[in-house]
Design a protein around this ligand. Structure first.
Ligand code: ZN
Length: 295
């Protein structure tokens, strides 16, 4: 089952919902960054959320970024999506190893710690829109639920899950975001609360092999779900030899001249690609910068 994001409505458009199955893209992130199991779970949850939130962007050039900075050993996690659910992301400390929590589960909250969640929407021009909230649990789904309630005044239920195989590759990943629209009445609110509180953990549902659509239909059974769109999702970085050269080597002539005469390797944090530039390429870049300065 290829990765995808489902957009749906329910209860006569008084509920808006998204669901995701993201096994392949989380596994690609794990393999690219060589993340430990707890970091795979943390980054996988964040990538899954970013993919679902990204499809609500309005324009092609916009990016939605989720950034978590905490006092736990992983320090920082970042995930970014575009409108087509192309996601990329990384952890500052991919190799963190900590013991299981008291439930015997991967201790994502322990790896993340206390800190801040930032939700950044940015186009290629104009000021970014940033919403910042404190982490309430560090488990990421609860933190996003709190973000939606406090920063966007949208009551939401967010569930995110990543399951590992014995060899620490990703077995299943996915989740959902269910949101109440302003015209939802008290009766609907309490019916949904009752339904969701009786729902098994999302990891249990994913472990049973449910697709994103099945996950959503299970979570919202009895609420008359209409699936509006299915969007393929994937891990895809926007970097290229040229873009990395422009951005990462545009240090200015002085700094660059210290690199002259030898090849330079530049690393893309988002996708862990390495780009090597020959001494000649560095020389040409230096000359082009020099020309710009003298023009
Ligand atoms: Zn990259």
């Amino acid at each position: 089952m290829p990765d995808c994001i489902i957009r749906a409505t329910a209860a006569d458009d008084r509920i808006r919902a998204f669901a995701a199955s993201t096994r392949d893209l989380v596994e690609e992130a794990r393999a690219r960054h060589n993340t430990s199991p707890v970091v795979t779970a943390a980054l996988g949850r964040l990538l899954t959320a970013a993919a679902m939130m990204g499809v609500t962007l309005k324009r092609e050039d916009e990016r939605l970024t989720l950034k978590i900075e905490g006092d736990g050993p992983v320090r920082m996690l970042i995930a970014q999506s575009d409108i087509h659910a192309n996601v990329r992301g990384y952890a500052a400390e991919p190799g963190v190893l900590i013991g299981a929590n008291e439930k015997g589960k991967l201790d994502v909250a322990g790896a993340v710690g206390k800190g801040l969640l930032r939700v950044i929407r940015q186009g290629s021009s104009g000021e970014p829109f940033t919403g910042t909230t404190e982490l309430v649990s560090g488990e990421i789904a609860e933190d996003l639920t709190y973000y939606y309630a406090s920063s966007e005044q949208t009551p939401s239920a967010v569930a995110l899950g990543v399951l590992m195989n014995r060899d620490n590759t990703v077995r299943a990943a996915g989740g959902f975001i269910i949101q109440l629209m302003p015209d939802a009445d008290e009766k609907l609110v309490s019916a949904l609360e009752t339904k969701l509180s009786a729902l098994p953990p999302v990891t249990t549902l994913l472990a049973s092999g449910m697709t994103a659509e099945e996950l959503l239909r299970e979570a919202l059974s009895g609420f008359d779900v209409t699936v509006n769109e299915t969007i393929p999702a994937r891990f895809r970085c926007t970097c290229s030899r040229e873009s990395v050269k422009r951005v990462r080597l545009s240090l200015g002539r002085k700094e660059l001249s210290t690199l002259a005469g030898k090849p330079v390797e530049v690393h893309c944090d988002y996708c862990a690609s390495n780009y090597e530039y020959s001494a000649q390429e560095i020389e040409e870049l230096l000359n082009s910068l020099h020309e710009e300065e003298t023009v």
